[in-house]
Design a protein around this ligand. Structure first.
Ligand SMILES: Nc1nc2c(c(=O)[nH]1)N[C@H]1C(S)=C(S)[C@@H](COP(=O)(O)OP(=O)(O)OC[C@H]3O[C@@H](n4cnc5c(N)ncnc54)[C@H](O)[C@@H]3O)O[C@H]1N2
Ligand code: MOO
Length: 380
């Protein structure tokens, strides 16, 4: 439900044509159509000889990949390379290992072998015709999409602008180096979040530490130019948890204020003036990751124009996963041959389980027995 609210909270950012290298990790804003037949011409699929009609054939010449189309008379054969354009009049390709050459009394070379019609030929348009839709809009541009787009003749791709993010790390207790001092903790989220945001297609404008001070937090939110202001800590009702007050002071409108999920229940989502958004991640590190996958990633995907699946895939559990009496639980899991294995050290303030996890399993209230299927939220 919270994931659906976050998905519905934003419209895709504007579309821009960019070079393929700049498109990786962004989302196709238009269907990718073929600008050519693929293959664009009848192509030899093997090294050997292009032949015209039934054998034996009289051999002459050679066609290499990259050359234009040459004619071939009935009864003739020409040496051909894989990927070369098939001569006009050719009826098939005889692989090198299946042909036998013999010299004729007049010095000419004769080729013997058996070739079915169209054998070892990749006919023009076998993969797609010009104008055909290859991929729908809303798909992330992966390296494979780049390869397909290039093969289909594209020099630029229409993608949505990357959502920008500013990360505000709240808490006077945070240390950025060394071991924890009395009352102080190492910031675990400053290192953890940026690579996951980048993997989700976002552009991080910056990360900064904001002291536990209402005015500083209010101004940081008010002046942030980012599409998404992502905060950590300060979501609960502690004496220096100023996030709600700062949102009110900056004209923020709460869309989600707490989610029935453990860990992470104080997570929140707000619309900010100027079409911006704020996601507040709880300070406990595993709770923050729960907020990332529940609110921040769906919102970033919506801004990127990425089509969201209705629900995550489900996988069978290798062991029982106890549930919360009324809330959904998110539990770090690994894939094993026996199914999803829950990882220990899954407390809200712990990262030991998460660091070995491949995904978070969604555990409904009451829990799941071994062998039952759990929805799986992949970690980006
Ligand atoms: N009376 C209540 N107290 C709390 C409740 C509650 O329902 N009633 N909920 C608890 C839960 S659950 C969570 S989660 C936290 C959320 O707290 P905040 O978002 O306000 O976070 P903080 O209080 O700032 O910090 C909580 C905890 O996390 C540590 N922290 C914060 N930032 C980082 C960071 N970048 N790296 C590592 N650790 C961090 C911080 O030191 C605290 O230990 O509220 C509970 N309280
Ligand atoms: O739910 Mo808190 O978010 O347990 O850590």
């Amino acid at each position: 439900m919270a994931r659906r609210t976050a998905t519905a909270a934003a419209r895709p950012l504007p579309v821009e044509p960019v070079s393929p290298a700049a498109a990786v990790g962004r989302t196709l804003a238009e269907p990718l159509t073929a600008l050519t037949d693929l293959p664009a011409f009848d192509t030899s699929a093997m090294d050997g000889w292009a032949v015209a009609g039934p054998g034996p054939w009289r051999l002459s010449g050679r066609v290499l990949a990259g050359q234009g189309r040459v004619p071939l008379a009935d009864g003739a054969a020409v040496e051909i390379a894989t990927g070369a354009q098939l001569p006009s009049g050719a009826t098939g390709v005889l692989r090198r290992e299946r042909g036998r050459l013999a010299e004729l009394p007049d010095g000419a070379v004769q080729l013997h072998g058996v070739v079915g019609p169209g054998q070892d030929v990749r006919p023009r348009g076998q993969e797609c015709g010009r104008g055909e839709e290859l991929l729908p809009a809303g798909l992330p541009v992966t390296p494979a999409v780049l390869g397909l787009a290039a093969a289909a003749g594209h020099d630029r791709l229409a993608v949505h602008r990357r959502p920008t993010v500013e990360l505000l790390l709240l808490g006077d207790e945070l240390l950025t180096s060394g071991v924890p001092a009395p009352g102080r903790v190492r910031d675990a989220l400053g290192p953890l979040l940026p690579p996951w945001l980048a993997a989700a297609g976002a552009e991080l404008l910056g990360s900064r530490y904001v002291r536990d001070d209402f005015g500083l937090l209010r101004d940081a939110i008010r002046h942030s130019p980012a599409d998404l202001v992502l905060t950590t800590g300060g979501t609960a009702a502690g004496p220096v948890d100023f996030l709600h007050a700062a949102l009110e002071a900056t004209g923020g409108r709460l869309l989600v204020d707490g989610v029935a999920v453990r860990p992470g229940h104080p997570m929140l989502l707000a619309a900010l003036p100027g079409g911006r958004h704020l996601v507040g991640l709880p300070g406990n590190p595993l709770a923050a990751v729960a907020g990332l996958v529940t609110l921040a990633l769906p919102l970033l995907h919506a801004l990127s124009g990425r089509v969201a699946p209705a629900a995550g895939p489900t996988e069978a559990l290798a062991a029982a996963l106890p549930g919360h009496p009324v809330d959904t639980r998110l539990h770090p899991v690994r894939r094993t041959p026996a199914g999803l294995a829950p990882l220990p050290h899954d407390g809200p303030a712990m990262l030991r389980g998460l660091a070995r996890a491949e995904a978070l399993a969604v555990v409904p209230p009451g829990g799941l027995a071994a062998g039952e299927r759990a929805e799986v939220l992949p970690l980006p």
